[in-house]
Design a protein around this ligand. Structure first.
Ligand code: SF4
Ligand code: SF4
Length: 259
């Protein structure tokens, strides 16, 4: 399928003549637009399978390129370069290097799911955007996003204890992303909460921050979840042609951070 939107053709490939007359007809300027031919040689024939192996990307193969997702997209309305239909096309064609040219804006999806609602083929384009952003991280094309750091912190705490403790999540998230704990908005929010918080609830929250409560009998569930997560991680990394997580991971100090 050709790229049929002029806006998607890279400017350097668009050629026009400032002054051109053909058979007495002036076709100067955009009337004489030509598209420079190019040859794509670096297909990744597994690209669609790699995206489909990640959560949200499972149905990318269903797309028939109607464009409804891009038409309704919240981000596309303010930035025409944000184009889920086009990226899904590139994924399906295996045009990895073309996809990488937009690697720094794909993460901007705000998960409004308007595209998912509009899609007539149940592709779940929002999921495909998430899977693509994750694929970019796993392949080392983009750094790990704040969103991924938060997801990891949240998941690790739930898996470890069967509970979440908001204060610990915020502290560890800031540590992971190199942010100072003392932030104006956070101090202001804490003050407002403290003013309205019932004393008993405040004591429970303070206790939870110190003791790190666990769900009773959680060990069996934790082992089952850890096993499932490890199997899924192995399957995904294999699909992406990456080394196993254990082999790739640097020595971890997560236990110290979350402890
Ligand atoms: S979920 Fe993302 S891709 Fe879909 S419409 Fe919203 S911003 Fe656009
Ligand atoms: S709305 Fe669905 S079928 Fe249409 S282009 Fe977007 S993902 Fe493809």
């Amino acid at each position: 399928m050709p790229i049929h939107e002029k806006a998607l053709i890279r400017p350097e490939n668009l050629l026009t003549h400032d002054k051109l007359v053909v058979d007495g007809v002036d076709v100067s300027g955009h009337w004489s637009t030509f598209i420079a031919p190019r040859v794509v040689t670096d297909y990744n024939e597994r690209l669609q399978d790699e995206i489909a192996a990640l959560p949200g990307g499972e149905f990318v193969h269903r797309c028939w390129q109607c464009g409804s997702c891009t038409n309704v997209c919240t981000v596309n309305a303010v930035n025409p370069d944000f184009n889920p239909r086009f990226w899904i096309y590139l994924i399906r064609m295996g045009m990895e290097s073309e996809l990488l040219r937009d690697k720094d804006i794909i993460w901007q999806c705000v998960s409004c799911n308007k595209c998912t609602d509009a899609c007539p083929r149940q592709v779940v384009p929002e999921g495909v955007m998430k899977a693509t952003a994750r694929w970019l991280e796993l392949k080392g094309h983009t750094p790990k996003s704040s969103s991924t750091h938060f997801d990891e912190e949240f998941s690790e705490q739930v898996i470890a204890t069967g509970k979440i403790e908001e204060g610990r999540i915020i502290r560890n998230f800031f540590a992971r992303t190199g942010q100072p704990l003392r932030q104006e908005w956070l101090v202001e929010m804490a003050k407002r909460i403290a003013r309205r918080l019932p004393v008993k609830l405040g004591m429970v929250m303070g206790f939870a921050a110190l003791v790190r409560p666990r769900t009773r009998g959680w060990a069996k569930a934790r082992r089952a979840i850890e096993g499932h997560v490890a199997r899924e991680e192995t399957r995904r990394r294999a699909a992406l042609g990456l080394a196993s997580a254990a082999a790739a991971a640097p020595p971890s100090n997560d236990s110290a951070r979350t402890g």
